[in-house]
Design a protein around this ligand. Structure first.
Ligand code: SIN
Length: 486
């Protein structure tokens, strides 16, 4: 049990067609606190059969939800937003306890997550169509946008709250209905959101959540069901490719927010202190477990030593421990498998001749906390350059010229976030245009916000979440050609 002011937020059943339910088999999934390893709850282990029921419910609910006026949908979304903000402390507690990130970051995530609901409550009213000059004297053309139908949302453990609201809020605002499959590692945050959705007054079947330990079967049920019209996924590129192939059979609309390998470039003319601050924020957020975390840091030769020394000092200030305690910056990694991968990446660098400047081992504080690590003298054939590390490890590479660093930065199949620090305005334009990424942070390490289009290119996926573009993925464009207008 998790200590909460509002006990109704501790849900251990799934939400399907407006009812709280267990799985058909009665099987359950254990949910653990990654820091203390305590069992903090159990949730139903549902399968393809329950997933199909949820899709049928969402399909039935769609027949009426799509006809609600934008204003009516907006009001319910607004209420959902307000309830999230009223319950921010409890939602953040649940999040830290099942995910491990520090409480201050968890609160930041709840605010960030709720901001999508607030934003799309407004955008619901702005799904404008168009009038196009006709192609003949008697012709008129109008364009309307209609909700696409049932949306399947598959969300990850690193942002158990915000990755749900970022998909679900625009879907519901557009008039779609949803079936959500959260990560089995962090289902309690998702179920708490469903409780608040129920309190906000969404009609039954509009929002459904199923939890499962069998992601492949449920994923298959979602991607193969003819009534699912759109699949929105955040997670690894490997799983994204599987889902994409499955969606091809019924030609579903898809959004894929996949892996990243973000470059973080510091030019000679940069404000070094600001660059260090930005690198700490972007590298060590959520212990390095975000798709937009800077993965490879590049410092120009003139400021390399100064930057690395200052970064090392800043890294030593990071406090490691239980996310529930005040002042903690780095919590545990999500599970032993994640920690083993980080160890493998650092060992690969070490054995191939890189220097481990700080960290490089599991912390004494907790067996799932990896010490913040700086790696120097690494080369481009090492795992620290090629792989998405998803942990608190910062390799710093030295470069000479702008063209060299752009080539290195783009030398990856990924294209999600990128960052650079410098002051020359012409170079800022050249580098921004030269980076093959969906997002570029210029003199900032924090780019995530509701008001901007989040998303990648190349093998980091496609589709945009947030901003005025975010709702477009959930509508079909239809044009009406009017003849005989004499
Ligand atoms: C992610 O890691 O997938 C999302 C990060 C963010 O929205 O900032």
């Amino acid at each position: 049990m998790i200590p909460l002011k509002n006990k109704s937020l501790y849900k251990t059943q799934c939400y399907v067609n407006g009812e709280w339910r267990n799985s058909n088999s009665g099987d359950r999934i254990n949910v653990y606190n990654p820091y203390s390893k305590e069992l903090v709850g159990t949730v139903p282990d549902m399968g393809a059969a329950e997933c199909k029921e949820a899709i049928e419910s969402a399909h039935a609910a769609f027949q009426t939800w799509k006809d609600y006026s934008a204003g009516e949908r907006s009001q319910i979304l607004r209420k959902w937003f307000e309830l999230q903000m009223e319950n921010i402390d409890d939602l953040a507690n649940i999040l830290t306890i099942e995910q491990g990130k520090p409480l201050a970051e968890a609160k930041g995530e709840i605010r960030y997550g709720a901001s999508f609901v607030e934003w799309f409550a407004e955008e619901a009213k702005r799904v404008y169509g168009d009038v196009i000059p006709g192609h003949g004297r008697d012709k008129r053309i109008t364009v309307i946008k209609q909700p696409i139908g049932v949306v399947a949302a598959i969300t990850p453990w690193n942002f158990p709250n915000a990755m749900i609201t970022r998909k679900v809020a625009p879907a519901l605002a557009a008039g779609c209905t949803v079936v959500i499959k959260p990560s089995e590692l962090t289902p309690l945050s998702a179920l708490a959101l469903a409780e608040l959705a129920e309190q906000a007054g969404f009609p039954k079947g509009v929002l459904n959540i199923i939890t499962t330990d069998d992601a492949p079967s449920v994923g298959q049920a979602m991607t193969s069901h003819s009534k699912v019209k759109k699949v929105s996924f955040t997670g690894s590129t490997k799983v994204g490719k599987i889902l994409l192939k499955q969606c091809a059979d019924s030609v579903k609309k898809v959004s894929m927010e996949l892996g990243g390998n973000a470059p973080f470039i510091v030019f000679d003319d940069a404000d070094i202190d600001a660059a260090v601050e930005g690198a700490i924020a972007s590298k060590f957020r959520n212990a390095g477990q975000t798709c937009v975390c800077s993965n490879r840091i590049f410092a120009q030769e003139g400021i390399y030593e100064e930057f690395v020394n200052k970064l090392a000092i800043a890294v030593k200030d990071l406090q490691l421990g239980d996310g529930l305690k005040e002042g903690i910056n780095i919590g545990p990694l999500i599970e032993p498998k994640a920690l083993s991968f980080v160890e493998k990446v650092v060992d690969n660098a070490r054995t191939n001749g890189a220097t481990i400047l700080t960290g490089g081992k599991v912390s004494k504080v907790n067996d799932l906390i990896y010490e913040p690590t700086i790696v120097t003298n690494a080369t481009t054939d090492m795992m620290v350059f090629r792989e998405e590390i998803f942990g608190p490890v910062a390799p710093v590479f030295k470069f000479k010229t702008e063209s060299e660093v752009i080539e290195m930065a783009n030398d990856t199949p990924y294209g999600l976030a990128s960052y650079f620090y410098g002051r020359d305005y012409a170079r800022i334009w050249r580098v921004s245009e030269g980076l093959e990424y969906g997002m570029v942070g210029i003199n900032t390490g924090m780019i995530s916000t509701t008001v901007a289009p989040f998303g990648g290119i190349k093998e980091s996926g496609f589709g945009r979440e947030g901003s005025k573009y975010g709702i477009e993925d959930f509508v079909n464009i239809k044009y009406m050609c009017w003849g005989g207008v004499e």
